[in-house]
Write a protein that binds this ligand. Structure first.
Ligand code: LMR
Length: 400
């Protein structure tokens, strides 16, 4: 009965790791998925995460009962404060409902399904380009996906005029997906002044902002600065949605821990919204897993662990910045044709190199360097040792 089922293609991002794993070459390098690696090329478990896990193991009163449908209450409260700010009026007035979800993707999906059921406008505008999974997440949530201009290939920077024009002509009430910081895949963010202009436009057109916050702490190295765009929207009295992920900033990738917050007009509306979110979640996965959320809550509630986390996070962000500088310097020294200054201008985990699909395929075939076909490289996967290899590959790709 399944004989007609056709072979599906690999995922454009996670499939890169599948191909990398099959490559026997000793010089292979995975710059595909956005996952942090140490200078030795190894995955990193943060020291604070180890400490929190130790505390959890030592506490024999802990049990493995089901969490409520909306997840761990303390985790939800602390997550809302982390992204929105403890002094945010929306938080103070209890106008925010937060539910624990399966990392960023699960938060986007739950938010998308809630909107498809309860919001009057079904169109969501996403930036062009964006994280590839956004299109599928929102389409399968029952929304209709359109794009707004975001990236200008000529300047390798923001197409701010195009963004304003496209959002300005979006139908009133349309949903707008905004990357909170460290835009994936381009590494190009609006300035705070531009964010304020975007906010005014969004509110004047009655658009509904939906933030994807997957990299809080990775853009500037400061959790508060990176949350600023979200906070100005959440503080202006209007509604917004925020999907949060702890995959990158706490290195909890496989624990699948994240949260969806919906800022509402009143505490009463927030309560009703939460009751409907439960109806979305229950038939999807019933309730979320307990371990990752317990780690996060342990760290966020404890001042010492929290401070230590910010130091470890900053160290990850700084290592990535240093990789940008090293790659840029190496390409300049090598005399590789082109202006590579975008490598040091872009921020977050990724550089949107400008290399095309054919050049990427060449680098994979000849140099065993794995990256997504849009020319995005994960700077977090690079180390001082591998910069020369990547430089050789880029040089060969652009001069052949
Ligand atoms: C990425 O863009 O590489 C990450 O967000 C991982 C993923 O799930 O795609």
């Amino acid at each position: 009965v399944f004989a007609h089922v056709v072979q599906a293609p690999e995922d454009p991002i996670l499939g890169v790791t599948v191909a990398y794993n099959k490559d026997p070459s000793p010089i292979k390098l995975n710059l595909g998925v956005g996952a942090y690696r140490t200078e030795e090329g190894k995955p990193l478990v943060l020291n604070v995460v180890r400490q929190a896990e130790q505390q959890l193991v030592n506490d024999i009163s802990r049990v493995k009962e089901y969490l409520p449908i909306v997840g761990l209450a303390e985790f939800n409260k602390l997550s809302a404060k982390l992204i929105l700010g403890a002094d945010n009026p929306a938080v103070q007035e209890s106008r925010v409902t937060t539910v624990q979800c399966l990392s960023g993707t699960g938060s986007l999906r739950v938010g998308g399904e809630f909107l498809a059921r309860h919001y009057h406008e079904r169109t969501i505008y996403i930036p062009q380009p964006t994280w590839g999974n956004h299109i599928k997440v929102f389409t399968w949530s029952g929304l209709s996906v359109k794009t707004y201009r975001y990236y200008d290939p000529a300047t390798r920077g923001l197409n701010f005029q195009g963004l304003l024009e496209d959002l300005g002509s979006a139908p009133s009430g349309a949903i707008v997906l905004l990357h909170a910081c460290a835009h994936n895949p381009t590494g190009v963010d609006p300035t705070l002044e531009q964010w304020e202009q975007i906010r005014q436009l969004v509110r004047s057109r009655a658009l509904l902002p939906f933030f994807d916050s997957a990299y809080q702490g990775f853009a500037s190295g400061s959790l508060d600065s990176d949350a600023q765009p979200v906070r100005i929207f959440a503080a202006d009295g209007g509604e917004c949605l925020v999907a949060q992920s702890y995959a990158k900033n706490m290195g909890l990738y496989g624990e699948r821990v994240g949260a969806l917050s919906i800022v509402c007009k009143s505490a009463d509306v927030a309560r009703r919204v939460e009751s409907q979110l439960k109806l979305v979640i229950r038939p999807m996965y019933s309730n979320p897993p307990i371990h990752g959320a317990s780690i996060v809550a342990t760290i966020l509630r404890d001042r010492d662990l929290f401070n230590e986390w910010t130091i470890e996070l900053k160290a990850m962000a700084d290592r990535i910045i240093s990789m940008r500088k090293q790659l840029f310097d190496a390409l300049k020294t090598r005399g590789t044709p082109g202006d590579w200054s975008h490598i040091i201008k872009q921020i977050g985990m990724f550089t949107f190199t400008g290399l095309n699909a054919e050049q990427v395929a060449f680098m994979t075939k000849e140099y065993h360097i794995y990256m997504t076909s849009d020319g995005r490289i994960s700077m977090a996967g690079l180390s001082s040792k591998t910069v020369p290899h990547l430089t050789d590959a880029i040089h060969a790709a652009v001069t052949r």
